[in-house]
Design a protein around this ligand. Structure first.
Ligand code: IMP
Ligand code: MG
Length: 378
């Protein structure tokens, strides 16, 4: 059984057909025992009880009549708990009769008390309450419920006649509202020149924090390898050591950040220009997201060149040779470094010493991330 959506909220399967049937069978027997030889007047409380009472009617083996009663809780600004009768029952149909009210669910009990008051005025011989579901922890009244199909915790449920803002009544089983406990982590840019260790660090952070890692370099390589239309376009630029045009990158990123299950994002290799930073801010805003921080890894230039040449020697990346390295570092200084100022102006700039062993640098990053996360929670 799958989750369902009603009015944008997610509900998960909660009570099975078999459990509902067992509850109805139990209620039916209890009411039969109570009725003895007398005809019961069942008062079906609309709308929620329509499926429940139909199924109960099929099980009930003694004489019975059915009347329909409709109430409406006021849903004004103040939850006064006031209830109004919308569809009434003639007094003589109740007077002197053994009446059993069929409720789908008793929550606070406000509706129930109103029903008892109103029907009580019609002088029934006896008045009992049968409710398919009962939430004892939500109940605020003293009047006991005479017949309870099933007690449930204080959860919001739909299906089998019960609605969420009128939807869900036709579901054959009961669903409950799913707690959306998605803990939101920060979305940030891991920043630094080529060779600063962004990729290495981002992959560790991704695993430790359950974040989504967007490395535009990997994205490009993925698209190029699979020869997607975007990949073919990107390849021509990368081979020259140039930037891939923003529209291509944005389209690739859009695909990923649209996933609602993403807890937080690490951007690596994007934005590389102020223009891209602006585009990213816009793209994030479209999805109701925001960049929380830019965290820069500081590594001196001589070390960068050494690291990149080593990486080139292992053949890991075809673009790590002396010529392209120099070109990439120049581009970085000219076009990418100004991105720092862009985020400094937004008070989102953080720096971390990128020299040290991998775990050491990672711990520095975690410390910064935690401090940002804490600040956001306040
Ligand atoms: P009460 O007056 O608080 O006992 O609740 C009365 C009405 O609220 C019920 O008859 C239902 O129509 C609605 N209600 C209470 N709890 C639920 C629920 O979990 N799902 C759907 N409707 C509910
Ligand atoms: Mg309702």
């Amino acid at each position: 059984m799958k989750d369902i959506k009603l009015h944008g909220k997610t509900f998960e399967p909660y009570i099975t057909k078999e459990q509902i049937e067992a509850a109805i069978r139990k209620l039916s027997h209890e009411i039969e025992n109570y009725a003895k030889d007398e005809t019961i007047v069942f008062v079906v409380v609309l709308k929620g009880s329509f499926i429940f009472s139909a199924d109960l009617a099929k099980h009930y083996q003694k004489n019975a009549t059915f009347e329909f009663y409709r109430l409406k809780s006021y849903e004004g600004t103040q939850s006064s708990g006031e209830v109004k009768v919308l569809v009434d029952i003639d007094d003589q149909l109740i007077e002197g009769k053994k009446v059993v009210v069929l409720e789908d669910i008793v929550d606070t009990g406000n509706t129930l008390i109103k029903i008892i008051e109103e029907l009580g005025r019609k002088n029934p011989a006896d008045l009992k309450i049968a409710s398919l579901f009962f939430k004892p922890t939500a109940y605020t009244k003293n009047r006991p419920i005479d017949f309870v199909g099933m007690e449930i915790p204080n959860e919001f449920i739909v299906g089998y006649g019960l609605d969420y803002d009128e939807l869900g009544r036709n579901l054959p089983i009961i669903y409950k509202l799913k707690e959306e406990k998605k803990e939101k982590m920060i979305d940030f840019i891991l920043f630094g020149p080529p060779g600063a260790g962004k990729g290495t660090q981002a992959k560790i952070l991704k695993d430790k924090l359950g974040l989504t890692y967007i490395a535009t370099g990997d994205l490009f390589r993925h698209h190029i390898k699979n020869q997607t239309p975007l990949g073919k376009k990107a390849k021509a630029y990368i081979d020259k050591g140039d930037f891939v045009p923003d529209e291509i990158t944005i389209d690739m990123i859009k695909e990923i950040i649209s996933d609602p299950n993403v807890k937080g994002i690490i951007f690596d290799g994007f934005p590389r220009t102020v223009r891209q930073a602006e585009s990213l801010d816009k793209l994030m805003a479209e999805k109701g997201l925001i960049i929380d921080a830019l965290i820069a890894l500081n590594v001196p230039e001589e070390r960068l060149i050494k690291r990149l040449l080593n990486r080139g020697a292992t053949g890991e990346r075809s673009d790590d040779n002396e010529e392209t390295i120099k070109h990439r570092l120049d581009l970085y200084h000219q076009k990418t470094e100004p991105v720092k100022d862009y985020y400094k102006k937004q008070n989102k700039f953080y720096e971390v010493n990128g020299v040290g062993d991998i775990e050491e640098v990672n711990q520095r990053l975690l410390d910064v991330i935690n401090s940002i996360q804490l600040r956001e929670e306040v």
